[in-house]
Design a protein around this ligand. Structure first.
Ligand code: FES
Ligand code: FES
Length: 155
């Protein structure tokens, strides 16, 4: 066990943990955040995606010790039900969800990508999202919502 300092959604935490513990377990079990989801646990579906120092990472395969001190953002840190983040509002406006299980990963992946590539084209956005799986086949509406958000932030 080691003492690990984590900064998540603007709040600092000091936790006694095995540094090899997947970040996802710490976010879910220790910090009780419900944004990141456990899908495959193998880095293959994207449901667990969070943003670390501006980069989308898969928290199920990220040992917590490797992100000590990093600025981590989960879906829980983006907006609130009363004041959703503009990307969340775009998903609400487009009704871009079925079961919603993939949404946290889709939104965090899209946000990190557009923060780094504000002028990305539709095919580039599609490519960036290609590794985040949606079992409900809601891709078309989600891409529409992301496109709307991308347009709005460039306006
Ligand atoms: S749960 Fe992490 S990529 Fe699937
Ligand atoms: S909305 Fe169900 S997995 Fe994507």
């Amino acid at each position: 066990m080691s003492t690990i300092a984590l900064k998540v959604n603007g709040r600092s935490h000091t936790l006694d943990l095995d540094p090899a513990t997947p970040l996802l377990y710490v976010l879910s079990d220790d910090l009780e955040l419900r944004g990141p989801k456990f899908g495959c646990g193998l880095g293959q579906c994207g449901a667990c995606t969070v943003i670390s120092n501006g980069r989308a990472i898969r928290s199920c395969t990220t040992p917590v010790g490797t992100v000590a001190g990093a600025e981590i953002t989960t879906l829980d840190g983006l907006g609130t039900p009363e004041k959703p983040h503009p990307i969340q509002q775009a998903f609400i406006d487009e009704q871009a969800a079925q079961c919603g299980f993939c949404l946290s990963g889709v939104i965090m992946t899209a946000k990190a990508f557009l923060d780094q590539n504000p002028k990305a084209s539709e095919p580039e956005i599609r490519q960036a999202l290609s590794g985040v799986l949606c079992r409900c086949f809601t891709h078309t509406r989600m891409l529409k919502a992301i496109g709307k958000y991308a347009e709005g932030r460039n306006a």
